[in-house]
Design a protein around this ligand. Structure first.
Ligand code: PMP
Length: 387
């Protein structure tokens, strides 16, 4: 019996005289994925043990950092944007066509990898205050990288506006091969549709339709909208909760129906989206992708940098899970919701990317985890709170 536990020192029964053991394990049927694109989607959903034990709820994480091209949920989005542009006849492989995008990093990384696989070039415009490893990785993937000073969306040199302009300039330039195509993840609805057709159905199937809440941050809003638009009609009682970092206007949009720049609000810290430690989520405008599912978002939770950092450290210490900042924000919000809903509920959230993308910024602030560290969940949720 190959599954029986052997006593120490006991030898495996040998079937022949080669001296090597013969396995009787039945091999599962496996499908060989077609290139890196075949490794996108079907990510595991797993229980975060420490948070589940501490809250009495089941807190389940969709491991989107295991998408196999650019290692984030943006793989699904980048692939769908490219496929839809191809269907519309906007892209021709190996013709010099170049995809332009404004991104804080993840979408650029996914686009750059998939562009390589499909015969396109990538030009990525990103703010220069993001973790440097993202720009380094983009260059290694052969993308052109333009790092720009953070600026409000009304500024023509803001990273999204620059990418849009560069695409037009490319197409108009007779010395350039191919066309310039602006991917436009914020407004292009191929974004939420990728989650409507992938992430949402996967969560539904992996939970057998048994879930009480879905918690997600929003950058473009594609994830929260696409997943909610799929799940809510099937599960009308499902609670959808936005996890929002400091400086983002979406919290107010969801809670109070108005969106205003927090910098102008009396009594709040003068702090803008760009100088938090959290990357990828939080925004001060309502994009087409957020708007698509906005009415389905039931509530919002505000998460501070300090709470996100404490949670990131907790996840390493208790579970060996090493994630980036937006995943940590999601886990803080999921935990708060679990405590509010009470034991026995099942909450699904997203782990967007790995901590390796955030070593020079978020994790530099979080510091190293020592063997002696022992924090309580209360410490995590109250992190940064003034006496
Ligand atoms: N986490 C990370 C690391 C991201 O880069 C992004 C997208 N900018 C998100 C979360 C948010 O996802 P979405 O754009 O679908 O709202």
């Amino acid at each position: 019996n190959p599954t029986a536990i052997r006593k120490p020192g006991e030898k495996l029964a040998l079937k022949d005289n080669t001296g090597r053991p013969e396995s009787t394990v039945r091999l599962p049927d496996v499908e060989i994925p077609e290139g890196i694109e075949g490794c996108i989607g079907k990510t595991p959903l797993f229980k975060i043990k420490s948070l589940s034990d501490a809250t009495g709820c089941e807190i389940l994480a969709k491991a989107e950092f295991l998408n196999g091209a650019g290692n984030s949920p943006k793989d699904r989005v980048a692939l769908n944007i490219i496929k839809m542009a191809e269907e519309e006849g906007l892209l021709t492989p190996n013709s010099g066509d170049m995809i332009y995008e404004g991104t804080v990093g993840s979408t650029g990384i996914s686009l750059a990898a998939i562009c390589r696989a499909r015969g396109y070039l990538a030009h990525i415009c990103m703010p220069d205050d993001q973790a440097t490893e993202k720009a380094d990785l983009l260059l290694k993937l052969g993308a052109e990288v333009e790092r720009l000073r953070p600026a409000p969306i009304i500024d023509q040199n803001q990273f999204v506006n620059t990418a849009r302009r560069r695409a037009l300039e490319h197409t108009a330039d007779p010395t350039k091969l191919g066309r310039g195509i602006f991917a436009d993840q914020f407004e292009n609805e191929a974004n939420w549709q990728a989650h409507f057709n992938g992430t949402g159905p996967e969560i539904y199937a992996q939970t057998n339709g048994h879930l009480d809440a879905f918690v997600s941050g929003a950058g473009t809003g594609g994830t929260i909208s696409g997943v909610s638009l799929f799940l809510k009609p099937k599960l009308p009682k499902l609670k959808v909760v936005l996890a929002d970092p400091e400086g983002s206007g979406l919290f107010n949009r969801v809670k109070y129906g108005v969106m205003f720049d927090v910098k102008e609000r009396e009594g709040t810290k003068r702090r803008s989206q760009v100088d938090t430690a959290v990357e990828g989520i939080g925004i001060n405008r309502v994009t087409a992708n957020f708007e698509a599912g906005r009415e389905l978002v039931d509530d919002a939770v505000r998460v501070s940098d300090e709470q996100a950092i404490a949670m990131a450290r907790w996840l390493v210490e208790k579970d060996g899970i090493f994630v980036g900042s937006s995943s940590a924000v999601n886990c803080v919000a999921a935990t708060m919701l679990a405590l509010k809903m009470g034991p026995g509920h099942r909450i699904v959230t997203i782990l967007c990317d790995s901590g390796t993308r955030h070593l020079s910024k978020f994790w530099a602030q979080a510091g190293a985890i020592g063997g002696e560290v022992d924090i309580s969940l209360d410490d995590v949720l109250k992190a940064g709170e003034k006496e």
